[in-house]
Design a protein around this ligand. Structure first.
Ligand code: CO
Ligand code: CO
Ligand code: CO
Length: 318
């Protein structure tokens, strides 16, 4: 949104300029508001699951800033003449259940008639102004942790062609519907230096945003990166969505693929994610501590790389 004119306000802690997950606005010395909005077209057939995933995805940007969601509003586009409203009720129930699980309050929303359904939330959260986790704080020497396995874009593409094993699809659904709440709480406990969540620009796109905002480099090791089951096979079968190629093209100056990284592996790292995990940068000692606690909670997190002194560049090793 760089086409918009600049606005100066000292209360803005995180604004539009650093491509962060959400806006953060300081109310007083103790409290800052976090605001974000996200919605998209159905990625699964089951309306209840779609609602859950869309809500988990929208709530995630508050978690990525280190905050807690307070309130949410529904954003709905729906072809009410063509599709039974029972379908819409299921979507809304899915969204409500996730907002409720997050400990936030559903305040209402707005709907318009539209050809294709779309659903998401605007979310307001709260954080202490001193505890905001931006994508700009990563320091050389930090370790990088990812808290969900990758591959939801590839899985969604395979779903459209019905080319996927049921149990693999089921696993991807669970991962997308999972809140990043526990990971966010732990990264505050372990005093993370930076955080973002993995969504449409893929691991490498959001990794690059963190590297650029932090004026540091990030080295990633493919063999350590958690993947959803079946993803490598599906990518080999050509189930890579167009967004992965657009991300790759857009990032060609900022991402370096070292020898031994296969083309198909790179595609997975550029794969746009829906409701992906948190990407957390923190000192090596804290990284070991948080990893143990994440695993104890059943979260499939791994240390996947480190921060180096190579401003704005993400380098991938096999
Ligand atoms: Co985000
Ligand atoms: Co977002
Ligand atoms: Co953040």
């Amino acid at each position: 949104m760089s086409c918009l004119p600049e606005q100066k306000d000292d209360r803005v802690i995180v604004g539009r300029d650093t491509f962060d997950d959400a806006g953060v606005f300081k109310l007083d010395e103790e409290r800052a508001l976090i605001q974000t909005v996200d919605f998209f077209t159905p990625i699964v057939d089951d309306p209840y699951l779609y609602g859950q995933i869309a809500a988990a995805n929208a709530l995630s940007d508050v978690y990525a800033m280190g905050g807690k969601p307070l309130t949410a509003m529904n954003i709905v586009c729906f072809p009410s003449q063509k599709v039974d409203v029972k379908y819409l009720a299921e979507i809304l129930k899915g969204g409500f259940d996730k907002v409720d699980e997050a400990g936030a309050v559903m305040m209402g929303g707005h709907s318009v008639d539209d050809e294709e359904p779309k659903y998401g939330l605007s979310v307001t959260g709260m954080v202490h102004p001193q505890r905001v986790k931006t994508n700009a704080g990563a320091r050389p020497g930090d370790k990088i942790i990812l808290t969900k396995p990758l591959g939801t874009g590839i899985i969604s593409t395979a779903l459209k062609g019905e080319l996927i094993k049921e149990e693999d699809a089921e696993k991807a659904f669970q991962v997308m519907a999972r809140l990043n709440s526990q990971a966010a709480e732990l990264m505050q406990d372990f005093n993370a230096s930076a955080c973002t969540d993995i969504t449409g620009f893929g691991l490498l796109g959001h990794g690059h945003e963190m590297a650029a905002a932090s004026k540091a480099g990030i080295n990633l090791y493919f063999s350590t990166i958690p993947l959803l089951p079946g993803v490598e096979e599906l990518a080999l079968e050509g189930m890579v969505p167009g967004g992965a190629y657009r991300n790759r093209d857009f990032l060609k100056e900022c991402v370096k693929l070292e020898e031994g990284v296969k083309d198909i592996q790179a595609s997975i790292l550029f794969d746009p994610q829906t409701s992906g995990g948190l990407l957390i940068s923190l000192n090596p000692h804290a990284a070991e501590g948080i990893l143990a606690e994440l695993k104890e909670k059943g979260i499939e997190a791994e240390i996947i790389g480190e921060v180096v002194d190579n401003p704005g560049i993400v380098t991938v090793y096999p």
